[in-house]
Design a protein around this ligand. Sequence first.
Ligand code: ATP
Ligand code: MG
Length: 389
Amino acid sequence: MERVILVRYTEIHLKGLNRPYFEQKLVDNIKTALCGIECRIEREHGRIYILGISDDSFDAATDRLTRVFGIHSISPAYAVDKEWDSVCFTAYMLMEKELEKRQKASFKVFARRSDKHYFMNSDMINRELGHLMLERFPALHVDIHKPEISLSVEIRDCAYVYCEEIPCANGMPVGTAGRATLLISGGIDSPVAGYMMAKRGLILSAVHFYSYPYTSERARDKVIELTRLISRFAGPIRLHLVPFTDIQMTIYDQCPSKETTIIMRRLMMKIAERIAAKEGAKALITGEALGQVASQTLESLCVTNDAVSMPVFRPLIGFDKDEIMDLSRKIGTYETSILPYEDCCTVFVPKHPVTRPVLEDLRASEAAVDFSELIEKAIADTELMVIKN
Ligand code: ATP
Ligand code: MG
């Protein structure tokens, strides 16, 4: 008898001839996620099996797999030989464990077999095993529609027996959609935006602008920690830390006060695009949501977009703040995001920012100041860290 983890994936079934490519990426990402845990990964007929995990590492492996994009669900299972007695013995053992958690329970046996030569078909297994369970455990009764316990038996090259199906992160395997660059602040929104795009198969790199000494060392550590939390799902992330103080001071000295935020946003986008292009990223990602603040009105977003030619993905565009906060709690970034350290966007906020900027005016205000040298210097002084969980 061996403990194994069954891994199910769904959406990648849809990919036709590309399917082997998607499956291979998923297996590679599982390997990365399980790094340091000894195991074997096998792939067979639309399933992945993780075998040879020691008891000590089993829970850690299960936990890590729940965050691998592309996995629909997993089941910790026992793999046993197909002898009927072994199947029954394992089913008894599992059910006993389940019944430790409750006094009474409804259950159902859910059998499948890909081995069509097995001496019983699925229906017979369901009936026979159901009957044996009822005989052995008086606390059980059958409910085929909404059972509290689903006892699954799969007859393949061996028999897999399990009761648990753990929902996972879904989405597409990271790396199947190319690379994009996330503009990450220390706020609530951008980490969620990064999570959402990695979920669609993008490899993330990240760019963060800081304005030391107006923003603190702790604000920077917070961004590093947020990046680490996203990397639990997205895999290793190249994080570029861009010194932004000189540019920000110049904006505040030389540009019209009400336009400072939007000019700052444009320059951030320009620098991020340069860094993105250097490492082969084909899009930028931000945490903007329509109408959330002055710099996120439709007019402001158009003016921001005008600064770059790469597509800008804004996965949160139609989300309410509440919805974003819920998601950030779910992915585990919320508690870090609300730590009260300043972001460079929150220092020197103008009292009356434009909410309907006119593109020509903004272009003119920006062109009146020569930012080119400052931009080159910021890029040259950018620090790169590779963040892994
Ligand atoms: P967030 O919660 O992500 O900070 P926000 O609602 O506070 O978003 P803004 O501060 O206006 O909105 O920023 C809008 C977007 O610009 C952010 O979601 C992020 O993508 C990007 N951004 C803001 N500040 C920074 C920064 N210091 N470094 C990199 N990107 C930033
Ligand atoms: Mg912010």
